[in-house]
Design a protein around this ligand. Structure first.
Ligand code: HEM
Length: 123
């Protein structure tokens, strides 16, 4: 029986599962591991903060996603295919683990941020 995303601990479970898949993903994995060479110990807590702030208004996210993705796009072009795939993986990870209003919200928010990012970055 699945439950909804209820806490930062649940966000951690979701984010860890998602980036676990991302790291070996044939479509977008290389952008993280080869192009950006992400330091996961640093990146994952930033992502907990990001989603904690979106779902529970924790107010503890201080990053600049648009700048980071623009920089990434300059190093290696991001495409609509990348963003679509990112969302497919995100949705699947959420659906595999959680169910409820916050689980729906986290998918919808990712989709709209993704669209905005694509418009601002991939051009
Ligand atoms: C093809 C799609 C995407 C790729 C390849 C990608 C890749 C990356 C990479 C490489 C970083 C930088 C990590 C670092 O150097 O510290 C990053 C940061 C980040 N990404 Fe993405 N990303 C994608 C889509 C998204 C989407 C759709 C969202 C939000 C829904 C998102 C949210 C973030 C946030 C919040 C950060 C942290 C920004 C910061 O530290 O200021 N990303 N992403």
């Amino acid at each position: 029986m699945k439950t909804d995303i209820k806490s930062r601990q649940d966000i951690k479970i979701l984010v860890d599962a998602f980036y676990g898949k991302v790291q070996t993903d044939p479509t977008i994995g290389y952008l993280f591991t080869k192009v950006a060479n992400v330091n996961w110990e640093k990146h994952l807590p930033i992502m907990y903060d990001f989603w904690d702030n979106i779902l529970f208004h924790s107010g503890n996210f201080e990053g600049n996603p648009m700048m980071k993705h623009r920089f990434l796009n300059q190093k290696s072009p991001l495409t609509e295919t990348h963003f679509k795939h990112w969302n497919k993986l995100w949705k699947k990870t959420v659906d595999d683990l959680f169910e409820g209003p916050k689980a729906s919200e986290v998918k919808i928010r990712a989709q709209s941020i993704s669209k905005m990012m694509m418009n601002k970055v991939v051009k």
